[in-house]
Design a protein around this ligand. Sequence first.
Ligand SMILES: NC(=O)c1ccc[n+]([C@@H]2O[C@H](COP(=O)([O-])OP(=O)(O)OC[C@H]3O[C@@H](n4cnc5c(N)ncnc54)[C@H](O)[C@@H]3O)[C@@H](O)[C@H]2O)c1
Length: 311
Amino acid sequence: MNLRDSTVLVTGGGGLIGSHLAGHLQESYDADVRVADDFSKGDPGRIPEGVEIIEADLTDAGDTSEAVTADLDVVFHLAAYTDTNYDDDRTLFEENTEMTYNVLEAMEDAGVSNLAFTSSSTVYGEAPRPTPEDYAPLEPISIYGSSKLADEALISTYAKSYGFTAWVYRFANIVGPYQRGNVIPDFIQKLQANNEELEILGDGRQEKSYLHVTDCVDAMCYIVDNAERDLNTYNLGSRTTTSVNRIADIVSEEMDLSPEYAYTGGDRGWTGDVPKMRLSVEKLSALGWEPPTSSDDAVRAATRDLLDELS
Ligand SMILES: NC(=O)c1ccc[n+]([C@@H]2O[C@H](COP(=O)([O-])OP(=O)(O)OC[C@H]3O[C@@H](n4cnc5c(N)ncnc54)[C@H](O)[C@@H]3O)[C@@H](O)[C@H]2O)c1
């Protein structure tokens, strides 16, 4: 579909990716943008001027149908519990899938049939790398990954049996300003509290791919504009990876510190953490979008964003 001059709803638009997406849709596509968020984690102050803001809890079907109106051309559904090691598994699973079901049902009732959805590399579990979109079997190892796979299954049903067009993004780690609950802000906070020693979860050898949020929202819109099947699933990440040790080095360099590293041990940060992740981006590249930076550069840019925010 063509996003230019479209009317768009971004759920979770107060968050890291949603607030950038809202701005990008306005600036690059002249879109009319509405955000629905309960601001449990997001912040209305981050949403660009001119965007309509609806405070809505999308686990509530009534709130969801008020946000999803017939004038919309497309819904970008981002609202979710996003802490991959959230300690209340039942709430995470039930509420993430409930929000997606509510959004799909409200869209069908309103006659809106274009949906873009933010899934995750975690649906692949510990798959061989680089992992392509058609890798099987999908065996997630966290409740967060399980909830994303359940969401994808619901969306597939609406695309295959209810006339929807859907774009599903399987993201690597997306990083940028105002982020919380990720390794970069975690290291910054720890070093601000104690600049001589940095606690690193696991053995520091975890290797994952990172993409900056500005590149992420550019690719999200590009995929909606260019992929034309009923169900379009795309990996989104950089071509390279960065180790947790390397992130510690980058954050320390940017803060002008030389801390000792203290490891909690084991090959992963927590139960359900996938220690090594790199997504194949060949499908996206064939569509015409190439990740512009390395994973290391994305981590450094996000570190600078976060340090600027604090200065
Ligand atoms: N950042 C990443 O690395 C990454 C990786 C893979 C997938 N994703 C997915 O991308 C999407 C956006 O991620 P993000 O990093 O911007 O996260 P975020 O936590 O910054 O944003 C999520 C937003 O959803 C809102 N929200 C939560 N529960 C809600 C509810 N019941 N009703 C309404 N709003 C609610 C929060 O207030 C927040 O503003 C999420 O679906 C996430 O799972 C992110």
